[in-house]
Design a protein around this ligand. Structure first.
Ligand code: CLF
Ligand code: SF4
Length: 297
């Protein structure tokens, strides 16, 4: 609440359903799926579906151009007055598609300046785009950080694509880790609120997430969202580690409780799809497909 934080931070979180537990009862968010490509491979990702760093696996979102995205935002904003935040969260990585992501942000600043802008990223490209993030008034960025030790990272990421080449193994995890930490520090230094998402993978990073929580708090993260791996065989999650299961509700709570006293935890995440529309946990994306927006226009 406003008593726990400086006034300028409260201004940024009071209407954001993810950054404020209270706000999620009153305000809605929407995502536009303008970012299809990704620059890393997570073992738990199946490219046929939305990015599982911010989303529910097994969902296929309707991809939009920046122009279509803006049409959709305007249609949703007039239908859902509680809609305060527009996020770009896939279906790949927002910053692996910088032209599409920032063209969408630029158009939205022109046509819907009251809507808060949010994006989510794996962090690999983040240090290269901090100026644009600030320039387009993106107030909120989510970085998915699953490890702060490349030896753990090597079990989660088979490869990254960085500096025009594919990098594998420990070196890939080391580069990703360094870029995530640098990007986080650069954003908090510029006053952008950063939320960190971590996917809890039993036997791989469960206890390690306590270290992650400390490391991201030390670098200024505002909120830490520890999400369960959703492992469903038919979606091919963890193709690199057959039979990898997700955590039980008790295991998730145990890790969250072990992080108490560190970075503030988000416990109301609903693992939204990359084209989610409505209040958290509500899915109205079917009401705003491209075909239906064209009919409204
Ligand atoms: Fe979207 Fe994410 Fe922005 Fe929210 S969702 S880009 S911070 S506007 Fe929110 Fe959905 Fe959880 Fe994400 S409940 S998956 S945390
Ligand atoms: Fe998949 Fe997202 Fe990981 Fe890219 S960052 S591989 S889209 S889960």
């Amino acid at each position: 609440g406003p008593e726990d934080m400086p006034a300028e931070i409260w201004e940024k979180v009071k209407n954001h359903p993810c950054y404020s537990e209270e706000a999620h009862h009153h305000f809605a968010r929407m995502h536009v799926a303008v970012a299809p490509a990704c620059n890393i491979q997570c073992h738990y990702c199946n490219r046929k579906y939305d990015c599982s760093n911010e989303s529910r696996p097994g969902v296929v979102s309707q991809k939009l151009t920046p122009e279509q995205a803006v049409k959709k935002v305007l249609a949703v904003a007039s239908a859902i007055p509680q809609m305060t935040v527009l996020g770009i969260a896939g279906p790949g990585d927002s910053l692996a598609n910088p032209q599409k992501t920032f063209e969408t942000m630029r158009l939205l600043q022109q046509h819907a300046p009251d809507i808060k802008l949010c994006l989510s990223t794996n962090g690999l490209a983040l240090p290269d785009w901090v100026d644009e993030i600030v320039q387009y008034n993106v107030d909120h960025v989510t970085i998915t950080i699953n490890m702060v030790d490349p030896a753990v990272g090597e079990k989660i990421y088979p490869w990254i694509f960085h500096d025009h080449r594919r990098v594998t193994g420990l070196e890939a995890a080391r580069i990703l880790h360094e870029r995530q930490m640098l990007g986080l520090e650069m954003l908090t230094a510029r006053g952008v609120l950063v939320k960190v998402n971590s996917v809890l993978i039993p036997g791989v990073n469960d206890e390690h997430l306590i270290e992650v929580n400390k490391a991201v708090k030390a670098r200024g993260a505002f909120l830490h969202n520890i999400m369960p791996l959703i492992s469903e065989a038919e979606h091919g999650t963890f193709y690199g580690l057959n039979g990898q299961r997700g955590p039980t509700a008790q295991e998730l709570k145990a890790v969250q409780d072990a992080c108490a006293g560190g970075a503030n935890l988000m416990r109301h995440c609903r693992q939204c799809r990359a084209d989610a529309v409505g209040m958290l946990g509500e899915d109205r994306s079917d009401e705003f497909t491209l075909e239906k927006i064209e009919d409204l226009a």
